[in-house]
Design a protein around this ligand. Structure first.
Ligand code: SF4
Length: 299
């Protein structure tokens, strides 16, 4: 299909009804071993005038009564603050009913930005940041080449909150593989507890051909977590969370749909996970029903 203007190729599921605007192309980091999203794309910050023209076309295409916008690609927070503010002002001018503008950002970029710049961008209308934590485990963060330590993840997350953003943190279940699953769950809970974000969104690792982690599996360096390990990991994660966050499994890659508002729903969520684990202890063949074919989960 011919797109009416340059749109980002990826957006979070929660932005399914958002107008998509592309301010940058690709990922300025592009090293995470599990990620194949922008491997073929050379990183580029688009000129402000080009982005504004895209916004004009989007406005002509969708009309001015838009409530949500998502800005891609993977980390447009690397733009000069004054340029990003100019883009945001243009967005609110063209879409006067806008209520929410969000983007992906790296924790390390948030951490590096001056607090006053982050606040100025937030005041110009960027309301929510989607940040990939993936894991809070120090060894794993290095192993997957995430480019940030647990301390830097915490610093970036807290700074985003201090600047007034809604913060959505993404956790990658299974990234510890079979061997480091419990460390992954426990240390991730520690980092999440230290940040206390608005949203915790879990996804499950699906190794894609062409990514370094896929090669590591073939070479025997990384053993993917079994379905039972993934379910136990999820239980450990939830059991150890001490946050005031919305927990969402809003992705097709997950084995179970576990959602709730923490801390109130934690007992229900823990019980639900325990019941599933008890059930598969009795009838191991049921594991198949939780482990949908990988082909479907890659969609
Ligand atoms: S996970 Fe995010 S930061 Fe890492 S390479 Fe992919 S897009 Fe870039």
């Amino acid at each position: 299909m011919m797109l009416p203007y340059d749109m980002p190729p990826y957006r979070p599921p929660s932005e399914a009804y958002s107008v998509l605007i592309r301010a940058t192309r690709g990922c300025p980091w592009n090293k995470c071993t599990f990620c194949g999203m922008y491997k073929e794309e050379r990183f580029e910050i688009k000129p402000v005038e080009t982005i504004k023209k895209d916004i004009d076309v989007a406005c002509a295409f969708y009309g001015p009564n838009v409530k949500r916008v998502f800005i891609g690609d993977s980390n447009s927070l690397v733009m000069k603050p004054k340029d990003l503010i100019e883009v945001l002002r243009h967005l609110y001018e063209k879409f006067p009913t806008l209520e929410r503008v969000t983007m992906y950002a790296r924790a390390k970029t948030v951490r590096r930005r001056k607090l006053e710049d982050l606040k100025a961008i937030q005041e110009a209308g960027l309301t929510r940041l989607h940040v990939g934590l993936e894991t809070g485990d120090r060894y794993l963060l290095e192993f997957i080449k995430k480019g940030a330590t647990p301390e830097q993840m915490i610093e970036g997350g807290k700074k985003a909150l201090e600047a007034g953003y809604e913060l959505s943190l993404y956790v990658l279940l299974g990234i510890g593989g079979e061997d480091r699953s419990q460390d992954h769950a426990l240390h991730t809970a520690e980092v999440l507890n230290a940040i206390d974000p608005h949203f915790i969104r879990v996804r499950t690792l699906v190794p894609y051909p062409g990514t370094p982690i896929f090669e590591q599996i073939n070479e025997g360096i990384f053993t993917p977590a079994s379905p039972k390990t993934l379910l136990e990991e999820t239980l450990t994660l939830v059991e150890n969370l001490d946050v005031h966050s919305e927990f969402l499994s809003d992705h097709i890659s997950n084995l179970v749909d576990l959602n709730g508002k923490l801390p109130d729903d934690k007992p229900k969520m823990v019980t639900a996970m325990q019941e599933i684990l008890d059930e598969i202890e009795e009838k191991p063949e049921l594991l198949e029903t939780y482990f949908k074919p990988r082909d479907y989960r890659c969609l």
